[in-house]
Design a protein around this ligand. Structure first.
Ligand code: HEC
Length: 248
């Protein structure tokens, strides 16, 4: 199948190239930042740097936004995130994840809470005193409903927002040359396919940790496909301007 391609990236007018380039560079930088953020948040979920299946399980299944998230976990992933050093925060999260066992409270948990949380929580009127075991018990109770709503919210924002990115990256890439029509179509569809897979796998992982690897494949898949499109589009606009006549 041959398709007639009137516009190619190499032949675009300078202002159009500049527009596309600005967009692609910004999106590329955004993808790098997103990758860095995943490494720093999910990547550290198991306490070790680098993204692993354990991180994904910990992030989606157990339990900050899993069906069993407690208020303590939600806050430690949310507004209380920066109120304790990462290793203390992780210790509190692991403790909450185990169901907040009472035998660890006096020996290892309370001293940390006294040090990092009590300065605000035991002193500011109206704040739950988390250094008090009875109050902490309330905070570590698991909350079944809220977390599903979190995942629904994150899922739709993710799908809508990222679809926009891929739409324009894909559109620009339709002007590339040197790829067969089928290859182009495949590359253009891949990020959307993996994006859906990614979001579906969050839900599956939430229900069953065995699906964690799908989250990694999904995220990896769309990063690779969009990197190929971004780099080859930039390359064809500026470095290797194939004229329309040279196209296959
Ligand atoms: C700088 C002051 C400050 C520090 C330090 C602090 N918190 Fe908080 N915390 C707050 C404030 C203010 C709120 C209420 C606003 C909010 O929920 O974000 C809050 C809310 C919370 C809540 C929700 C309480 C409720 O009734 O909904 C939890 C749980 C919590 N913090 C846990 C912690 C833990 C655990 C630590 C120690 C690692 C900590 N906080 C350290 C100020 C602090």
């Amino acid at each position: 199948m041959t398709d007639i391609q009137r516009f190619t990236l190499a032949n675009l007018a300078l202002p159009t190239k500049t527009l596309f380039t600005g967009y692609l560079l910004t999106i590329g930088l955004g993808l790098l930042m997103a990758g860095a953020q995943i490494m720093l948040t999910h990547g550290m979920a198991d306490g070790k740097p680098g993204l692993s299946v354990d991180d994904i399980v910990y992030s989606y299944h157990g339990n900050h936004d899993g069906p069993n998230a407690s208020k303590l976990e939600a806050k430690l992933y949310g507004s209380m995130k920066d109120n304790a050093p990462p290793e203390v925060r992780l210790e509190l999260l692991k403790w909450a994840d185990k169901g907040a066992p009472a035998n660890e409270w006096e020996s290892s948990i309370k001293p940390k809470v006294d040090e990092y949380c009590a300065p605000c929580h035991a002193n500011m009127p109206g704040l739950a005193n988390v250094a008090d075991k009875a109050v902490m018990d309330q905070m570590t109770k698991r909350d079944e409903g809220a977390s599903f709503s979190t995942l629904t919210r994150v899922s739709h924002i993710h799908l809508f927002g990222i679809a926009f990115i891929f739409f324009f990256v894909g559109w620009i890439f339709t002007y590339a040359t040197g790829f067969s029509s089928k290859m182009k179509a495949l590359l253009i569809f891949t990020p959307f396919g993996f994006l859906m897979l990614d979001v579906v796998s969050w839900w599956l992982t939430k229900m069953n940790p065995g699906f964690a690897w799908l989250v990694i494949i999904g995220g990896f898949g769309y990063s690779v496909a969009s990197t190929v499109m971004i780099l080859s589009s930039l390359y064809q606009m500026w470095i290797s301007p194939l004229r329309a006549a040279d196209k296959p």
